[in-house]
Design a binder for this molecule. Structure first.
Ligand SMILES: Cc1cc2nc3c(=O)[nH]c(=O)nc-3n(C[C@H](O)[C@H](O)[C@H](O)COP(=O)(O)O)c2cc1C
Length: 342
């Protein structure tokens, strides 16, 4: 897939208001190879346009594109990227920088402004996402939601430095129960990805666009996933009696953005999951719960505190009580999500 066309659009209901992005990636034959429709929380139109561009470029890179043609119906976006308009709004400058740095990764990249009618597909995906409708082609639903309508989703962030280690095994136990109840799941793992701590610039409080002002790592990708989900699992191995650095960075970045945007995670369901060799799990568990409680989230319990014991990868499978605790947590989380949805 060396040469891709990426149609992007952002929509905001209120400017600023509930916002979404739409991206359609076309292969060389003109066939659609990817459609993205994502809710991005509260944002202005221009922020949504930039977020769509950034997401589209990231996807094109993931697909291995060497050159990319971007089309947008936002004249401002096209002209600011081309350099014919200056970026005057301070809150757009970090988006602009991120988009330019992504564009620089292609051998050839161009952006063109097209009339809205020519961008109808991306426009439709963005509007749906702004309205909170998820895009079915991106979901791997197994069973319809008992309450009917839109399927619920739980996203888990696994803070471990080891992909698919003990923390992942514990998360999957929780997922098994959620999936039995028709709730979609996604695990986000950090190895190979970069997330930094909060830089205390407080631009998220000025911008109030549902995002961190810095786009040079995966924080906003994670924040978008949190904003879209009904339930959030924050999971970590115990590192020196606390959570991992990556998970702490996510907590600080997402926590500040949530508070800056009127508690955007309010009343979502949250659960902590901890892997531990021997000691410190309760402290790590508490660190995560502080995040849920200050965000006005709702936290289900289990039959023990949510931890599983083991050191080498796979050893948590021997901790029967730990596994049971995860299954019970999954059942309670599903029960709570359904009650809240009713
Ligand atoms: C940097 C580091 C610090 C750790 N600190 C602790 C600790 O304080 N207490 C403990 O019981 N285990 C500790 N461990 C062990 C891990 O918590 C344990 O192996 C866990 O199962 C790893 O989960 P994972 O497979 O998902 O990475 C530490 C491991 C590492 C790499």
């Amino acid at each position: 897939m060396s040469n891709l066309l990426v149609a992007v659009d952002g929509a905001s209901k209120g400017n600023p208001g509930a916002a979404g992005i739409g991206v359609v990636v076309y292969g060389e034959s003109g066939k659609v190879v990817r459609e993205i429709s994502e809710h991005i929380g509260i944002a202005t139109n221009n922020v949504a346009e930039y977020a769509a561009l950034i997401r589209g470029l990231e996807e094109a890179l993931k697909l291995g594109a060497e050159s990319v043609r971007v089309q947008t119906d936002s004249e401002l976006l096209a002209r600011q990227i081309a350099g014919t308009y200056k970026v005057r709004a301070a809150h757009l400058s970090s988006y602009h920088e991120r988009a330019k740095s992504l564009l620089a990764q292609f051998r050839k990249a161009e952006i063109s402004h097209v009339p809205r009618g020519q961008n109808a597909h991306a426009d439709r995906l963005a509007s749906k996402a702004a309205n909170g409708e998820t895009h079915a082609k991106n979901k791997k639903n197994k069973k319809p939601n008992a309450g009917g309508g839109q399927k619920m989703k739980v996203v888990a962030f696994n803070g471990s430095a080891r992909r698919d280690g003990n923390t992942a095994i514990l998360i999957n136990r929780v997922f098994n129960e959620l999936e039995k109840e028709g709730i979609a799941t996604e695990m986000y793992q950090f190895p190979g990805r970069t997330i930094r701590g909060c830089r205390a610039c407080f631009r998220c409080i000025e911008n109030k666009d549902g995002h961190c002002a810095f786009w040079d790592d995966v924080a906003n990708e994670c924040i978008n996933k949190m904003a879209e989900a009904d339930g959030i699992i924050l999971a970590s191995p115990t590192y020196f009696a606390d959570i991992s650095t990556e998970l702490k960075a996510l907590i600080d970045r997402a926590g500040m953005v949530s508070l800056a945007n009127g508690y955007m995670l309010k009343r979502k369901v949250g659960a902590a999951v901890i892997a531990v060799r021997r000691g410190g799990a309760i402290h790590a568990f508490d660190s995560i719960n502080h995040f849920f409680f200050i965000n006005q989230m709702i936290v289900p319990g289990s039959s023990y505190w949510n931890m599983g014991i083991g050191r080498e990868i796979g050893k948590v499978e021997n901790d029967e009580e730990g596994l049971r605790t995860m299954s019970n947590l999954g059942q309670n989380m599903a029960w709570l999500l359904k009650r809240l949805k009713e």
